[in-house]
Design a protein around this ligand. Structure first.
Ligand code: ADP
Length: 226
C-alpha cells in the first residue's frame, strides 16, 4: 500500500540545517497495524506528516499504491487525503463551535456523499465509538476520552483505507486509553490499515509491528508473534 524509499526531510534556516528524517525506508502492507516509537525529536511527527501528505520530503520517493506522490499537485493530494486517509491527533482537534455530530460529519467533507446519507453515516460512526448520546453536545462538554472517541468517529466516517494516529492515547488516562486502543484494534480487524505514533510500550505491543526511530532513521522493525 505504501512504500517509502530513501526519504529525507531537512529544514533549512539561515543559520542551521536540521535533518528531521535522514533516510527512511518503509513498506506498509494493506491491513497492517504499525506502531512507531522513539525519543522526542527523532522524527516521528515529521514521518507521520509525510505519510499523511501534509508535508513533502526533501528527497526520496513516496509511493501510495501505484502513485508516486511527488507527481501530484496540492489539489490532488487534498483529494487523496479526503478520500483515503483518516487522522487522529493527541489533542483531538475537534472544532469547539460545532457539535459532536457536526464535527464528525466534517469527516465527509471531501466525500461525494449525498446529503441524505450523511446523517446515516455520521450516526453509524457515532454508534461505532459509543458517542451517539453526546451528538448534540459541544466538545468542551465531553471528557477527554469521549472527545477522542468522537475524533476517531470523524476519522472513520468516510471509511478511510489508512488511519494515521499521532499519540492517540497521549492525553488520556489508562482506562480511556484502553478504550481507544480497543476501537483501533477492532477497526484494524475490520480491514483498516493503521499507523500510530505512541510513547506507550504497552500500546505499541498491541500493534502487529513496531518500528523504533532514532535521529531520523528506523533502527528496528519487530513483528509481534500472533
Ligand atoms: P518527534 O515527533 O519524534 O518528536 P519531530 O518530527 O517533531 O520529532 O522533529 C524531528 C526534528 O526536526 C527535531 O529536531 C525538530 O526540532 C525538527 N523540526 C521539526 N519540525 C521543524 C520545523 N518546522 N522547522 C525546523 N525544524 C523542525
Amino acid at each position: 500500500m505504501i512504500k517509502l524509499a530513501s526519504i529525507q526531510r531537512r529544514y533549512a534556516s539561515d543559520e542551521v540545517e536540521t535533518t528531521a528524517l535522514a533516510d527512511i525506508n518503509l513498506d506498509v502492507a494493506a491491513g497492517e497495524f504499525l506502531a512507531i516509537m522513539g525519543p522526542s525529536g527523532c522524527g516521528k511527527s515529521t514521518l507521520l506528516n509525510i505519510l499523511g501528505t501534509v508535508d513533502r520530503p526533501t528527497a526520496g520517493q513516496y509511493m501510495f499504491g501505484d502513485r508516486d506522490l511527488a507527481t501530484l499537485g496540492e489539489a490532488a493530494l487534498a483529494r487523496l487525503r479526503g478520500e483515503t486517509l483518516g487522522f487522529v491527533f493527541q489533542s483531538f482537534n475537534l472544532i469547539d463551535e460545532l457539535t459532536i455530530q457536526e464535527n464528525i460529519e466534517l469527516g465527509l467533507a471531501y466525500r461525494n456523499v449525498p446529503a441524505s446519507d450523511r446523517k446515516a453515516r455520521t450516526g453509524a460512526a457515532m454508534d461505532r465509538v459509543g458517542i451517539s448520546h453526546r451528538a448534540r453536545h459541544f466538545p468542551h462538554q465531553l471528557s477527554g476520552g469521549q472527545q477522542q472517541r468522537a475524533a476517531i468517529a470523524r476519522a472513520i466516517v468516510g471509511d478511510p483505507k489508512l488511519i494515521l494516529a499521532d499519540e492517540p492515547t497521549g492525553n488520556l488516562d489508562t482506562q480511556n486509553g484502553e478504550q481507544v486502543m480497543d476501537i483501533l484494534t477492532s477497526l484494524n480487524a475490520e480491514g483498516a490499515t493503521i499507523i500510530m505514533v505512541t510513547h506507550s510500550p504497552a500500546h505499541a505491543d498491541i500493534a502487529r509491528r513496531r518500528i523504533d526511530m532514532l535521529d531520523g532513521r528506523i533502527i528496528s522493525s519487530v513483528l509481534r508473534a500472533l
